[in-house]
Design a protein around this ligand. Sequence first.
Ligand SMILES: NC(=O)c1ccc[n+]([C@@H]2O[C@H](COP(=O)([O-])OP(=O)(O)OC[C@H]3O[C@@H](n4cnc5c(N)ncnc54)[C@H](OP(=O)(O)O)[C@@H]3O)[C@@H](O)[C@H]2O)c1
Length: 278
Amino acid sequence: MTQTVTVLGGTGKTGRRVVSKLRAAGHQARPVSRSTEVPFDWQDDSTWHSALTGAKALYLVPPALPSQQVALVPGFVRRAVEQGVQRLVLLSARGIDRADHPDALTCERAVRDSKAAWTVVRPAWFAQNFSEEFFQPQVVNGVIAAPAGDGKVPFVDAEDIADVAVAALTDGRHAGQIYELSGPEALSFGDAAALIGEALNRPVRFLDIPQEDFVRGATSAGLPAEHAGLLAGLFEVIRNGWDAQLSEGVQQALGRQPADFKTYANRSAAEGKWGEPK
Ligand SMILES: NC(=O)c1ccc[n+]([C@@H]2O[C@H](COP(=O)([O-])OP(=O)(O)OC[C@H]3O[C@@H](n4cnc5c(N)ncnc54)[C@H](OP(=O)(O)O)[C@@H]3O)[C@@H](O)[C@H]2O)c1
């Protein structure tokens, strides 16, 4: 059945893909963020009403930081349900249930305590962090520098995350599920750099750096200090090998295997994410 779906973070790595996949399946998708035609800003609740008008389902990309903005999420979820949203799909994160932060589960609780049908999607690190985010310029320059050591991560393709989110937004069978998503193999940052280099046919190497150097470099590149600190904490988890396990959420939700990193790297190189397409 065709329905209107509001997609938060509609310009971001997963939201943008959720919008195109919903539209391709014949649904009405309304991408919203601070820069969309229908604007939505967590910090301006006068934008919330029109972002939600007519929506029966909501893809909820929460604010990225454990800051005051996270405290806005429960109120926003209540507003969404009051305005007629019946299905909520939350983009959460793998490991959030083990995170040592009082706000960590605020968003998951808000969704699970709501009167709507809900699905929680907890992905591992996105492969697209190398091509659409923070590390993209470093890949272009041939050196990925991070305090990751030999720690391994089963990077997950944002295409798979979006496929799971769209399934949950459009099919009631996913209600009440928490899907932990990973790619099919755990890779070190060095492995990831080598695979991207192979896809680009030029050397890309990984440089292990101290955490303080990473935070200094990230903040001087314009990342807010709170975000840089959060990232540094995530790298500690990776470095210690605590994020290396595989998860089966793609298989559980979609009945197929997740894409591997090599496929992601080849596709991204061909799309010109790191310069001239090959
Ligand atoms: N990246 C990863 O590896 C990873 C892994 C697991 C979980 N996650 C989770 O995924 C979520 C998204 O993070 P991401 O880093 O991947 O970002 P992203 O979705 O690629 O980009 C963030 C999105 O949020 C929008 N946005 C930013 N500030 C906003 C505000 N004040 N009000 C409304 N919208 C705003 C941005 O658009 P505008 O700038 O146009 O507003 C953009 O569409 C986070 O909750 C993160 O914890 C990420």
